[in-house]
Design a protein around this ligand. Structure first.
Ligand code: NA7
Length: 544
């Protein structure tokens, strides 16, 4: 181990998205010296990288934001119901400026390793820019979907045209007009992009591995009356968000699909489809996520909808998923299915005819060769854990996080990992999967509160017990298995690590909702953090 002296701060934060920015602010405000890093050239996290045409949040404008400061709520207004990439990026920059967070950051620098040094009791960090520093506390805000994956197909380097991954989109405008374009992948990014470029390109070929249930977004401008409503009701909106399993500002519905007459059901599905976004999943019936029979009814209705939009029955068949709605992360986009009625848009089912290779001119499947000018890889991410396992993170006794998580992530409440002293994660593996900013804020507060507790009580180091990790992982698994998410394993869902060959099949996120998670976090704090091992000195830690 390198023990040469390196500058020291109290805390290092990695990430400049919602999670990292808020953690930086909270820790700084409690009096800690904080250095923060992000690989991007500025603030924004995933919103810096995912600048592909059509990128926008599926969350609602009034909840895709922080609420910790009344003034911030009053000063910022998104213009659209589902804000686009540029506007979310502008919001995060606004937050960074308003709270003077930029000065803590080094941008354009990836933290490549974080190794806990038992002799000094400090984390030692290295960046790809050659910087080295140490800190007592290590806080991650790495993002759920920040480690992109490329298709495991040979020959990408041979292709003579342009290639872009949706999550590494260039800052210069990519020209689509009149071009022959291939899009590989039909997750949220792929369907947003396809819907946006379909009418501009010369030819579009969409390579689909697993079809998705794609609902309209319902996006539209936000009215001034709505802005006023948010300001007047922001506490009530926060309460709704906290209590909703996915963090939407909606009351929970209390009506079962399986007990509702068909005509009433259909009318409700239609109204929710028109409203767009997650209304169909969350504003119609209470049993769609829990009862397969109810989910089948919703899927049958959506399958009919797809058939009513798309002209060619063979294309309808290919576009219609076989997995339950909610087994995979469901995307939203406007005009996605309509695009396949255009004569210049073609769908290739790569389960039937897999891609064999990229060639100089394009893409070769087992059946055909597609000459294209531009390939877009919308192939997604080594989600949730990938950003961690791509770093070298080692705790006490050299415990390697990558190794420790080989069979799937193990954490307590998604906040800490046994054997990794004073390491805390915001929106880390096994944290709630829900509208992100409220969770980033809640978890940032909890971490800051815990660090304050440690300092006030003369505790130098803490990490969760292995038993608490086992209990949390078991609970998380039980919740996921009680919902349609259990079908994610067969549907290549990244929720379950199933989108990547060879990745551990394990539920990587918690589906019990913000409220259940936040209540457990609050109870843990109120009881004096009993699920954590605490050490007053380096020696105690070394003997553990
Ligand atoms: P996703 O949702 O992981 O989608 C990736 C898509 O790429 C999906 O359709 C994959 O098929 C497909 N894919 C992945 N690897 C391959 C290969 N090797 N060949 C062909 N197709 C492949 O990522 P997104 O970027 O769309 O969205 C990520 C999240 O960001 C999104 O859910 C929001 O939360 C924001 P598969 O379904 O795995 O069979």
């Amino acid at each position: 181990m390198d023990t040469s002296p390196a500058p020291e701060v109290d805390a290092v934060v990695v990430g400049a998205g919602f999670c990292g920015l808020y953690a930086t602010k909270r820790l700084r405000d409690t009096g800690l010296s904080v250095r923060a890093f992000d690989a991007a050239d500025g603030v924004g996290g995933v919103w810096t990288w995912n600048r592909y045409p059509g990128a926008r949040t599926d969350s609602l404008h009034d909840t895709y934001c922080f609420t910790f400061d009344r003034k911030l709520v009053d000063e910022w207004s998104y213009t659209e119901l589902h804000p686009g990439q540029a506007e979310v990026l502008a919001y995060l920059n606004f937050v960074a400026d308003k709270y003077d967070l930029r000065r803590h950051y080094t941008f354009g620098a990836s933290v490549t390793s974080a190794v806990f040094d038992q002799a000094s009791g400090r984390w030692r960090f290295r960046t790809d820019q050659g910087e080295s520093l140490t800190a007592k506390y290590f806080v991650t805000g790495l993002g759920l979907v920040s480690a992109p994956i490329l298709p495991d197909v040979p020959g990408l380097g041979r292709f003579s045209g342009e290639v872009h991954h949706t999550s590494r989109w260039p800052e210069y405008p990519v020209e689509f007009a009149g071009k022959r374009v291939a899009v590989i992948g039909t997750g949220s990014s792929g369907v947003q992009l396809v819907s946006t470029i379909a009418n501009t390109v010369g030819e579009l070929t969409v390579f689909q591995r697993t079809p998705n249930w794609v609902v309209p977004t319902g996006n539209r401008p936000v009215t001034e009356a709505e802005h006023e409503h948010i300001r007047a009701h922001h506490e009530e909106i926060s309460r709704l968000v906290r209590n909703h399993p996915a963090g939407w500002p909606w009351e929970l519905v209390n009506r079962k699909c399986v007990e509702t007459p068909a005509e009433v059901r259909d009318a409700m599905f239609e109204a929710a489809w028109q409203e767009g976004g997650f209304a169909l999943l969350y504003k119609t019936f209470s049993d769609l996520s829990t009862d397969k029979a109810a989910n089948d009814i919703a899927c049958a209705w959506m399958a009919k909808k797809i058939a009513s939009i798309v002209d060619d029955p063979e294309v309808v068949d290919k576009l219609t998923p076989t997995h339950p709605y909610g087994a995979k992360r469901p995307p939203a986009a406007d005009g996605y299915y309509q695009a396949f009625n255009e004569p210049h848009v073609r769908l290739v089912d790569i389960k039937e005819t897999p891609i064999e290779a990229f060639t100089e001119k394009g893409i070769r499947t087992t059946e055909d060769e597609f000459e294209v000018d531009l390939i877009v890889l919308a192939t997604g991410f080594d989600a949730i854990t990938g950003a961690f396992t791509r770093m070298d993170i080692r705790g006490i006794g050299g415990r390697d996080l990558n190794e420790y998580w080989r069979e799937g992530p193990r954490t307590y409440l998604g906040l800490g990992v046994s054997g990794f002293p004073n390491m805390f994660m915001v929106a880390g593996p096994q944290s709630p999967f829900a509208n992100l900013p409220p969770g980033a804020q809640e978890q940032g507060n909890w971490i800051a509160g815990f660090i304050a507790y440690l300092r006030e009580n003369g505790i130098e180091f803490a990490y969760p017990t292995e038993e608490s990790e086992v209990d949390w992982t078991k609970h998380l698994h039980e919740v996921a298995m009680s919902l349609m998410t259990r079908y994610g394993l067969e549907a290549n869902s990244w929720f379950a690590g199933a989108n990547i060959e060879g990745k551990a099949r394990a539920f990587n996120v918690y589906f019990g909702g913000h409220a259940a998670h936040a209540d457990r976090c609050a109870a843990e704090a109120a009881a004096g953090y009993p699920s954590f091992r605490k050490f007053a000195t380096k020696n105690e830690l070394s003997q553990s």
